[in-house]
Design a protein around this ligand. Structure first.
Ligand SMILES: Nc1ncnc2c1ncn2[C@@H]1O[C@H](COP(=O)(O)OP(=O)(O)OP(=O)(O)O)[C@@H](O)[C@H]1O
Length: 252
């Protein structure tokens, strides 16, 4: 399997109240191309911190991170911005859409920054994304006129406007009711099967059930991993049983 993200001895510490808080401790991991990868673990174990390191949103204290063969930890600010634009798309629990812009305008905003692409091409890309994410009839609405699930679809389309290699998601279903959460997971899963790499941090068992591979983080270290058979092939109860058995072994 081709590796798209690789870390070696990755550490992150924060100075807190005169002490060093070691949040990530010597993490060696690989994330594979074409997969829906999920990071789980107890609250405070460092999941979001790890996601920020892997996506170049924050810098490591020591160790290395390579994404698509590029060493992210060595990049200067300007290169990091370019890397994030081309390689990483993000979605969060709170969708953070710009409230005064329509759904379509929100999707286009980051697209205008892409070099060598005209406004017309960005609009075409955005139209295609509204189709793929099922919000083409909502293009003119403001975020306040959309449901949580619709806003998250818009946030996904916005994150994909520059065709990033990896979509990073931090608790993408955390603010949604279960029906909307399921729709978002269905969408993320179908995007992944169409070739989009997806890396999700979550507490949500239903999100974890979509994974090809789950990493379990505890006290800043990878404590274990589980590969699940393809979602379409194994029935949900089989995967759920396997997942719950494994998670309880991890002390979840
Ligand atoms: N900027 C910061 N300064 C100091 N400490 C921080 C900072 N960011 C995170 N931390 C601490 O790092 C630890 C890990 O935080 P992180 O958000 O990565 O955990 P998490 O596993 O994602 O938690 P949750 O599941 O609750 O979201 C926590 O103890 C947190 O308080």
């Amino acid at each position: 399997m081709k590796t798209i993200i690789e870390t070696s001895n990755l550490c992150k510490s924060y100075a807190s109240e005169g002490q060093q808080l070691h949040v990530l401790r010597n993490i060696d991991l690989e994330i594979y191309d074409g997969q829906f990868t999920v990071i789980m673990g107890p609250s405070g174990s460092g999941k979001s911190t790890l996601l920020y390191m892997l996506s170049g949103m924050d810098t490591a204290t020591s160790g290395t991170v390579s994404v698509c063969g590029e060493p992210v930890h060595k990049k200067k600010d300007r290169d990091t911005a370019r890397f994030r634009q081309e390689t990483a798309g993000f979605i969060f629990q709170q969708m953070n859409l710009l409230s005064h812009l329509t759904c379509f305008e929100n999707i286009c905003t980051a697209g205008y920054l892409k070099k060598g692409r005209s406004k017309k091409e960005t609009h075409q890309e955005a139209r295609e994304l509204t189709e793929r994410t099922g919000i083409s009839d909502l293009s003119r609405r403001l975020p306040s006129q959309m449901s949580g699930g619709q806003q998250q679809r818009c946030a996904i389309a916005r994150a994909l406007i520059n065709r990033p290699k990896i979509l990073f998601a931090d608790e993408p279903t955390g603010a949604l009711n279960s029906a909307s959460g399921k729709e978002i997971l269905d969408l993320l899963y179908s995007l992944c099967r169409a070739g989009q790499n997806i890396l999700v941090v979550t507490h949500d068992l239903k999100a974890a059930l979509r994974a090809d591979r789950i990493l379990y983080l505890k006290d800043g270290k990878i404590e274990g991993e589980l590969s699940l058979p393809p979602y379409e092939e194994a029935g949900a109860p089989v995967r759920e049983k396997q997942l719950i058995g494994w998670l309880s072994g991890m002390g979840w």
